[in-house]
Design a protein around this ligand. Structure first.
Ligand code: S3P
Ligand code: PEP
Length: 428
């Protein structure tokens, strides 16, 4: 599908889809809790559907209820899936499942598509090899066998926090206690805090011994939660907050003020740029309006998913910005540094790379150039959404190929964009 986005002002209010990160964690926790959990507000994105299929494959029952809710009846320990489990393009699904399915002691195969088979899995390979357990990646997918045992796990904090979350989900179910020792630099820490938050809501404890060591008591079981409503997604709201700051006034509803999501920092970043959000009291919508944006030095270490939209915002600042710790953007659904550099260049927006930092000279209040040729979405939802926001500030319509990549996390993205007055034509 291609999307033709027409520039113009945006005005209105968008309800954020539910947090993909919280939904993955809550689905897995509910699927491991004996008894019934009703999960409410689960946006059926492709990634969340992959996790849903996986929990069914390990023995949980999950029935859809009206209004994007699910009734989940869990199993105390995962059962060995009969067939390979398809993780789609979801890094979270795959990395969260590995330690859980290793508990079964059976040989397990996980498959994936798009860029998933190339994304780093070395951390798990090293942990499995150190324990004499098989872990192989090949054309048929990722194959491994447990059982993982309780004890001390040492792993780098610089590749992906998803390995830490995977271990945090599984180790409490072993008989003995475990400790995770994270080697610095430790990036994406808020995602680990989010995991601890969801674990606690399902009655599972783990705590920091110091800033880099997590103690995980063994012998625990997940407890069902009668009603668990998945909160709104700050990473997705970021696209609409940015749209407001660039092209009108847009409000984002459905966000939890006390959320543990690291990407809520988008509102601090916008305030630093000179577009502070109004509202937000007691969970009311947060509204950002067009303002002249100031450049600055920004850091993606703890909020990598903001990378593409932050780069777009910097392109419209009145001066040169620097975005630090962007290196891990190379290992997502696309190489997001290469993707954003290539596509923004077509809009006349130059982005330079200096090691792991991006240098972004902004054009201020001017419009960017609408190219005659289409932009490429790089099969990456966050690249497509960020380019669509940039297009609202172009000097003519901008075509984005591969726009259906938004299915991965935000199936209603283009409808929501239209609902705030941005004209979009969706073509097959
Ligand atoms: O735990 C999670 O839900 C996620 C962690 C982050 O990955 P990294 O830890 O690899 O940065 C983030 O990029 C991803 O979209 C979701
Ligand atoms: C990187 C992402 O997700 P995942 O790692 O789960 O594929 C993302 O949503 O941007």
């Amino acid at each position: 599908m291609r999307a033709v986005v027409h520039p113009g002002p945006a005005h209105g209010c968008v309800r954020a889809p539910s947090s993909k990160s919280v939904a993955h964690r809550a689905l897995l926790a509910a699927a491991l809790a004996e008894g019934e959990t009703i999960l409410e507000n689960v946006t059926p994105s492709a990634d969340v559907r992959a996790t849903l299929a996986a929990v069914r494959a390990f023995g949980a029952v999950a029935e859809p209820l009206p209004g994007e809710a699910l009734r989940v009846r869990g199993v105390p320990l995962p059962l060995a899936p009969r067939d390979a489990v398809d993780c789609g393009e979801s890094g979270s699904t795959l990395r969260f499942l590995v330690p859980l399915l290793a508990l079964t002691g059976a040989e397990v195969t996980l498959t994936g598509r798009g860029r998933l088979p190339q994304r780093p899995q070395e951390i798990y390979r090293a942990l499995f090899s150190a324990r004499g357990l098989p872990f192989e990646t090949g054309p048929a997918g990722l194959r491994f066998r447990g059982p993982l045992t309780a004890g001390e796990y040492r792993l780098s904090g610089a590749v992906s926090s998803q390995f830490i979350t995977g271990l945090l989900l599984a180790l409490p179910l072993l008989d003995g206690d475990s400790v995770l020792r994270i080697e610095p630099p430790f990036e994406s820490r808020p995602y680990v805090e989010l995991t601890l938050d969801v674990l606690a809501r399902f009655g599972v404890a783990a705590h920091w011994q110091d800033g880099l060591s997590l103690f995980i008591p063994g012998g625990q079981r997940y407890r069902p939660v009668p009603r668990f409503a998945v909160e709104g997604d700050h990473s997705q709201a970021a696209f609409f907050a940015a749209l407001g700051a660039l092209a009108g006034e847009v409000c984002c509803a459905g966000l939890r003020p006390a959320s543990a999501q690291g990407d809520r920092v988008i509102f601090d970043l916008l305030a630093r740029m000179g577009a502070p959000a109004a509202g937000g009291e007691g969970g009311a919508p947060l509204c950002c309006r067009r303002s002249p944006l100031r450049p600055g030095v920004f850091d993606l270490a703890d909020c990598p998913d903001l990378g593409p939209i932050l780069t777009v915002l910097c392109c419209f600042c009145g001066g040169v910005s620097r975005i630090e710790h962007a290196g891990r953007l190379r290992y997502k659904e696309s190489d997001r540094i290469a993707a954003m550099q290539a596509e923004l260049a077509k809009l006349g927006l130059a982005v330079r790379c200096e090691g792991d930092a991006l240098i972004v000279p902004g054009i201020g209040e001017k419009a960017c150039r609408a190219p005659a040729a289409p932009l490429c979405g790089w099969n990456d939802h966050r690249v497509v959404m960020a380019l669509a926001v940039a297009a609202a500030r172009a000097d003519g319509p901008v075509t984005i190929e591969g726009a259906d990549a938004v299915e991965k996390s935000y199936p209603r993205f283009f409808e929501d964009l239209q609902s705030v007055g941005v004209r979009v034509e969706l073509l097959p």
